[in-house]
Design a protein around this ligand. Structure first.
Ligand code: NAD
Ligand code: UDP
Length: 314
């Protein structure tokens, strides 16, 4: 039977790909988004799909929606450091009050609810790679705290709603994900490097470029998210979803410049932002074991597809 699926943050980068995936499976999608960092353009191809409905709404405000929902995905939150620091109080409200509103909706509907959490709950990790058992190293009062602590509090809320109200929950910790429909100006490293290189500007490397990240292509990520939502109810997470191939920012810049094949592109070193994690790489043993999931798209292939997307946009 067709499911009714609410996707909060569905007009964003990941959310719009999730809308596509759920609709492809034949279910109905109710996309809720305040369009703060998302774009109507990301979902415009779905306008004529009778199984798709969009409502512009801020999840910080109560959601007055019927009681026929089967599943709720909470992806609503600014995600790039540039975006989540624009209005830090709104970022906390979205992650805390917004999560409560969606959890209450899950309670009213007896729906399963999935939280898009983040590797940022590990902060600047002292354990490498990061497994779900690691409690993290987060500065509670720094410039990134509104996001890190907001997401940590959301995880707490999910588990307390499960303990106290018996809500069916799924918590996934997403590691750096990239691909088509990223915002060109969101300040994230992949979108920055590609767009700088495409417009002939120097590629900006923060710090000395030796910090590491592990980049997951969007299709792999959505596959993991979908599997988590549809696996056995007893699997609640938290569960890491990401690509464990680890690269320095210097290596990433080199790869992108190589792919564009333009020797004239230069690099420019800039100050490292405060509290920028030095290394990040997911331990995905749990996802492999419980979800039978692992990423399939290499950084090489994923970058080519993403570069093509931005080239077509220009
Ligand atoms: P995004 O900014 O493209 O998408 C977020 C969406 O949420 C946007 O459409 C935005 O308009 C919407 N939104 C923000 N605040 C809202 C509010 N109060 N009410 C309603 N809608 C609101 O970012 P993304 O990369 O697609 O990230 C999606 C989710 O995944 C976020 O929760 C993010 O924290 C999480 N995540 C993403 C990554 C990544 O690398 N992309 C990594 C870790 C976690
Ligand atoms: N970064 C960079 N140049 C940029 C943007 C980001 O060197 O133009 C670095 C940033 O300092 C961090 C890494 O790239 O070490 C990943 O940054 P991003 O904002 O994409 O995500 P984060 O993992 O920090 O949330």
């Amino acid at each position: 039977m067709k499911k009714n699926v609410l996707i909060a943050g569905g007009a964003g980068f990941l959310g719009s790909h999730l809308c596509d995936r759920v609709l492809k499976n034949g279910d109905n999608v109710l996309c809720i988004d305040n369009l703060s960092t998302g774009r109507k353009k990301n979902i415009s191809h779905l306008n004529n799909n009778t199984n798709f409905k969009f409502i512009e709404h801020d999840i910080v405000e109560e959601l007055k929606i019927g009681n026929s929902l089967d599943q709720i995905y909470n992806l609503a939150s600014p995600a790039s450091p540039t975006n989540y620091q624009l209005d830090r109080i709104q970022t906390i409200k979205t992650n805390v009050i917004g999560s409560i509103n969606l959890l209450e909706l899950a309670k009213k509907n007896n729906a399963t609810i999935l939280q898009a959490s983040t590797s940022e709950v590990y902060g600047d990790p002292e354990v490498h790679p990061q497994a779900e058992t690691y409690w993290g190293n987060v500065n509670p009062i720094g410039p990134r705290s509104c996001y890190d602590e907001g997401k940590r509090c959301a995880e707490t809320l999910f588990f307390d709603y499960h303990r106290q109200e018996n809500i069916k929950i799924k918590v996934m910790r997403i590691f750096n994900t990239y691909g088509p429909r990223m915002q060109a100006d969101d300040g994230r490293v992949v979108s920055n490097f590609i767009n700088q290189a495409l417009s002939g500007k120097p590629v900006t490397i923060y710090g000395d470029g030796t910090q590491t990240r592990s980049f997951c292509y969007v299709d792999d990520l959505i596959d993991g998210m979908y599997k988590l939502m549809h696996c056995n109810e007893s699997i609640k997470g938290p569960i890491n979803i990401g690509n464990p191939d680890e690269f320095t920012m210097n290596e990433l810049a080199e790869k992108i410049i190589d792919k564009l094949g333009d020797q004239k592109i230069s690099t420019q070193f800039k100050i490292l932002p405060e509290d920028d994690p030095k290394q990040r790489k997911p331990d995905i043993s749990l996802a492999k074991k419980l979800l039978k999931w692992k990423p399939e798209v290499s950084l090489e292939d994923g970058l080519e597809r993403t570069i093509k997307f931005f080239q077509e946009k220009i």
